[in-house]
Design a protein around this ligand. Structure first.
Ligand code: KMH
Ligand code: ZN
Length: 304
């Protein structure tokens, strides 16, 4: 779909990186709220949010923890709130939905297929962990299947989507996920415009090569014509190169410490806002304009 401005999403903390990997990863409700608000001030129109246990930073699905930061974010910004339904490794699908069911956000993430999700290579780079759960979490990923069956997806579409009017960030980690999304469109469970997040560089999904992004876009063009808008996230060091390519190809961008802890080679990002500011500079130097939250709402037809 032709679109004149670029939507910046910021994924503030996620459930992949662990506390010992970066002192700047927001963990407590206060840190998550502060960094989300700063990211919105820096230009993020959409805030993709997960929660963590305040005591040790372990990902949690507890809606009460979400409620310790969501009201503050909503009060301080007009950014679109996007609640993850991907949750974290140890959570059931039912648990992953609790916060979005409770808060009926404008947007929620929806992962378009089951897959391996390999975080264990990080054990080669990180050895000192503050909390015991961190090492187990990375090690367990060698035998972890990120479960998103057709039934799970249909259930999420029928509850959050049909009942609550929540619209989705469709996370597609490989080309097959685009075909699954087409299947749900054909069943009439989703309405355009479809906001498709191409996820490149997760071990178990499509690799972070520029050719793959071109291929994902080409297949999405074929499957969805002008009924979709795309955004790109690149895992780890592939983040900035891939979002830059996305912008050049006419797409939107996602940054944030969920996707990469870095600002550049060997340089940790001190905040989510730093990454948002960096991508904003890149976009503006490409003569592209950044969408405000209301412009993002209009492009994506959100309930507002
Ligand atoms: N962590 C990303 C690779 C979700 O929250 O639903 C994908 C993600 C999943 O953001
Ligand atoms: Zn996420």
């Amino acid at each position: 779909m032709a679109q004149s401005k670029v939507i910046i999403s910021c994924a503030v903390t996620g459930s992949i990186h662990t506390p010992s990997m970066s002192e700047y990863l927001p963990l407590t409700p206060d840190e998550i709220a502060t960094q989300a608000i700063e990211a919105a001030e820096a230009g993020a129109a959409i805030l993709h949010l997960h929660a963590r246990e305040p005591a040790d930073g372990k990902p949690t699905a507890d809606p009460n923890v979400f409620m310790q930061f969501l009201p503050r974010i909503k009060q301080a910004t007009d950014a679109v709130v996007n609640i993850s339904t991907g949750g974290g490794q140890h959570m059931t699908v039912a648990e992953r939905l609790m916060a979005a069911e409770k808060t009926a956000p404008e947007m929620a993430s929806l992962n378009m297929g089951s897959m391996n999700f390999g975080l264990f290579p990080a054990l080669e780079r990180f050895t000192d962990f503050k909390y015991p759960w961190e090492r187990d979490f990375l090690q367990n990923s060698e035998d972890f299947v990120f479960k998103n069956t057709f039934k799970d997806i249909a259930y999420i579409l029928n509850t959050l989507g049909k009942k609550n009017g929540t619209r989705f960030e469709f996370e597609c980690y490989d080309v097959g996920h685009l075909y699954s999304l087409r299947h749900f469109a054909d069943r009439g469970l989703i309405e355009p415009p479809f906001f498709i997040q191409f996820v490149l560089g997760v071990l178990g999904g499509i690799g972070p090569d520029p050719e793959n992004l071109v291929h994902m876009k080409r297949m999405a063009d074929k499957l969805f014509g002008d009924t979709y808008v795309f955004s790109v996230l690149g895992a780890g060091r592939h983040q900035m190169p891939l979002v830059t390519q996305a912008a050049v190809l006419g797409g939107n961008v996602r940054v944030g410490l969920e996707d990469s802890l870095y600002l550049g080679k060997g340089v940790l990002a001190k905040s989510n806002a730093e990454q948002v500011a960096r991508v904003r500079t890149i976009l503006e130097s490409l003569s592209l304009e950044v969408a405000s939250p209301d412009e993002a709402r209009a492009i994506l037809k959100l309930k507002g």
